[in-house]
Every structure is written in structure tokens, then in C-alpha cells.
Design a binder for this molecule. Structure first.
Ligand code: NAD
Length: 376
């Protein structure tokens, strides 16, 4: 069994394997071939991969006869034309946004597996790239906010007087939001947070932050279906807007992370609400790519409105390439290990398995995932 690790292109800094996972694959009896320079963005030298037992070479050599191809964001289909038919292509392939590429992978005979469609079930937690990368994004959002904020986060009592603690508000308490709360708390800010899912109230309190919740109008009971939020009623949205208006004017730092699967991000902060904030405040909108939670947010840019800086954060995990690569690589290794058949000496993916059904996009030249089939 040969595993190929591709060098990513464009703005991507991460890599889909690290020396530790190379050793793990070797332990399973696989050989690993890494494309030259694949680890550069994550500070891993070719020699580090070689020391772990991999061979390093050009793409054509690496792909030749590979049974499994590991990638972070999915290669240009033309660039993997030399791959063996039936090879597994495993990574964050963005099937919702890059349907043409997925169709091209099918045409090339690759079996494409989209790791971002991993079901949110206990068995799959260690394979969940959305969680591992969102967690880092939540941390980095606070650090980035801190670097643009002209004040300190913690309270400091000095001979020259007292520095008051910053007030941070986290909107959307999924994986990224929880880490944003924890990070802002560690830096000494006074933290509050809100979500539509009632189950998050306890999680917010357990991290030492103050839950800010709409009372008297039903939001989403418990975890929500599949752990995710859905759209709330117009009545709830009006109550939430009023609650936010009262709270946001007193905040220095706001981190928004609210997403609803399959829909544009909900608008949580209007321009009128921004105008009530103190000049110098900083907002990081982690939902920027999905349309943004903040009015006027621009994905990939920092804009200033009413004296408030709004960071339209995009792919923050890329800015922590070493850690992001390590976690992403372990997610892939955990997936492959879970389906490794020792007798056959390779990965076996049963059709009926819940994980396989959720992430398998293409097989035998066809699109096989239910989510890719046109609605009847
Ligand atoms: P997400 O990125 O889809 O959304 C971020 C947060 O925004 C969510 O908490 C959501 O409820 C919230 N939100 C949506 N609309 C909002 C609004 N109008 N106002 C305020 N908040 C709003 O979420 P995620 O980080 O992917 O996590 C979703 C859930 O999945 C969580 O419950 C998490 O604990 C769970 N999870 C489970 C597993 C597992 O069991 N394998 C792994 C990861 C996450």
C-alpha cells in the first residue's frame, strides 16, 4: 500500500501529513511518498519526512502507483491525472463549492473522500477536521483582535494607575466560539457569550464567561439537530437583535462565529449597532466567507466603520500552519487507521458504514454521495 502526500498550492500553508503520521503509516505496513517541499509552509523540511521513513520526490513519482493520496484542500484535477484508477483521494475537497473538481475526480477514476462531511458522532471525533481547524481559528481570532486593539486585555494595577480589563463578547458558541472564550479568558478579558442553542449556556458558564441569552422566546432546544443550529423564528431574531443592541455598546472585542449549515451566515450585528460601539473596538467575523455575521464585513480584509475595526477572517487555521497541519494530519491518520484491514494490508471502506456513506463523493467514475445528487 503506497500513500502519497501532495504539496498544496496557492495560499494554502498546511500539509496533510507530518513525520509522526508518516511513522504511523509505516507501522501499518504502508510506504509513504511526500512531494518535495510539501511541508515548507508548516516548517517541516523534506529531510524530516525522510527521517520518518518517507521518500521525497516530484509529483509524478509520488503519485505513481499510489493507493491513497492525502491532500489538505484538494489538487487541481489535471495535476493528478497520472494517479492510479481507484486510488483514494482524502482531504477537505469542498464538494459544496467545487462541484466541477469533484466531477473531474470521478472522471479520473479517483475515489474522493471529503473529510469536512465527517458526521458529528462520537466515533468520528478524532477524524473531525472542522473541529480541529475551528478550534485553532477561535484561538487565533482572539490573538488577532488583541493585536489590533489599542489597549490591554487584563486588568493591571500599576504605580501609574489601573488598566481596566477588556470586555469580550463571543457570538456563536460552537467549537471556535468555545476556544475564543477560553483564550480571551486566559488573556484576562471579561467575557460574555451568546448562542441560539440552549445547550451552550452551561458550556459558557463552565468556562467562566457570562451567558447572554434571549429569555421567553424559544431558540433551539438542547444541541439542535446533529449538534447544529437551524434558522430561528422572526420573533426570536427580533428579541436577539434587541439583546445584542443593549450589550454590544459596552464591548471592546467581539468575536462572531455563527453559522447555519447550508445557508448564509445569520446577520447578528447591524451598522446601527456598530455605531454604538466605542471607537477602537475590534470585531473578528469568523463567518466572513459565509457572508459574514457583521454588516459591512469584507472577507479577507480589515475594514473600519464608525471607528470599529472589523476583521473578515478567512481560513485562520492557515496562519498556524504547524499546529493546523499536525491536527489535520492526525485526523486523516485516525480515519485511515480506523478503516485499516490488517489482513488485506490496506483501507477497506464498507458501503454501509455511516462515516463512509457521509464522506465518500465518487466511486467507479460516478458521483455516489446523496448530497451531490440533484433533488428529485
Ligand atoms: P458551527 O460552526 O456550525 O456554528 C457555530 C455556532 O454558531 C454554533 O454553536 C451555532 O449554534 C451558532 N449559531 C448559529 N446561528 C446563530 C445565531 N443566530 N446567533 C448566535 N449563534 C448562532 O458549529 P460547530 O463549531 O461546527 O459546532 C456545532 C455543534 O457540533 C456543537 O454542538 C459541537 O459541540 C458539535 N460537535 C460535535 C462533534 C462530535 O461529536 N464529533 C464534533 C464537533 C462539534
Amino acid at each position: 500500500m503506497k500513500i502519497a502526500v501532495l504539496k498544496e498550492v496557492g495560499a494554502e500553508t498546511r500539509v496533510a501529513a507530518i513525520p509522526e503520521t508518516v511513522k504511523k503509516f509505516a507501522g501499518l505496513g504502508a510506504t509513504v511518498a511526500v512531494e518535495r517541499g510539501a511541508g515548507v509552509g508548516a516548517s517541516i523540511a523534506d529531510g524530516d519526512f525522510e527521517a520518518a521513513g518517507a521518500t521525497v520526490g516530484a509529483r509524478a513519482e509520488v503519485l505513481k502507483d499510489a493507493d491513497i493520496i492525502l491532500t489538505v484542500i484538494g489538487p487541481e484535477p489535471d495535476s493528478v491525472a497520472g494517479a492510479k484508477k481507484g486510488a483514494l483521494l482524502v482531504g477537505a475537497l469542498d464538494p459544496a463549492g467545487r462541484g466541477d473538481d469533484v466531477a473531474a475526480y470521478a472522471k479520473a477514476g479517483l475515489e474522493a473522500l471529503a473529510m469536512e462531511w465527517m458526521p458529528r458522532i462520537t466515533r468520528a471525533q478524532s477524524m473531525d477536521i472542522l473541529s480541529s481547524q475551528s478550534n485553532l481559528a477561535g484561538y487565533k481570532a482572539v490573538v488577532d483582535a488583541g493585536s489590533l486593539f489599542g489597549r490591554a486585555f487584563p486588568m493591571m494595577m500599576t504605580a501609574a494607575g489601573t488598566v481596566h480589563p477588556a470586555k469580550a463578547f463571543v457570538m456563536g458558541v460552537g467549537v471556535a466560539g468555545l476556544q475564543a472564550i477560553a483564550t480571551a479568558r486566559r488573556l484576562g478579558a471579561q467575557v460574555s457569550a451568546t448562542d441560539v442553542r440552549s445547550a451552550t449556556k452551561e458550556q459558557i458558564s463552565s468556562l467562566g464567561a457570562k451567558p447572554i441569552f434571549v429569555e421567553g422566546v424559544a431558540g433551539i432546544e438542547g444541541e439542535g439537530a446533529g449538534g447544529y443550529a437551524s434558522e430561528t423564528s422572526a420573533e426570536y431574531q427580533a428579541a436577539q437583535a434587541e439583546l445584542v443592541s443593549g450589550h454590544i455598546a459596552k464591548q471592546d472585542i467581539v468575536i462572531t462565529t455563527a453559522l447555519i449549515p447550508g445557508r448564509a451566515a445569520p446577520r447578528l450585528i447591524s451598522d446601527a449597532q456598530l455605531a454604538t460601539m466605542r471607537p477602537g473596538s475590534v470585531i473578528v467575523d469568523l463567518a466572513a466567507e459565509a457572508g459574514g455575521n457583521v454588516e459591512g464585513c469584507v472577507a479577507g480584509e480589515t475594514v473600519e466603520r464608525h471607528g470599529v475595526k472589523i476583521i473578515g477572517a478567512v481560513q485562520l487555521a492557515r496562519t498556524l500552519a504547524a499546529d493546523a497541519s499536525a491536527l489535520f494530519s492526525r485526523n486523516l491518520a485516525n480515519f485511515l487507521t480506523a478503516f485499516w484491514d490488517k489482513e488485506k494490508g490496506g483501507v477497506v471502506l464498507p458501503d454501509e458504514d455511516e462515516i463512509v456513506a457521509a464522506i465518500r463523493l465518487t466511486r467507479g467514475g460516478q458521483l455516489v454521495n446523496e448530497r451531490l445528487k440533484p433533488a428529485q
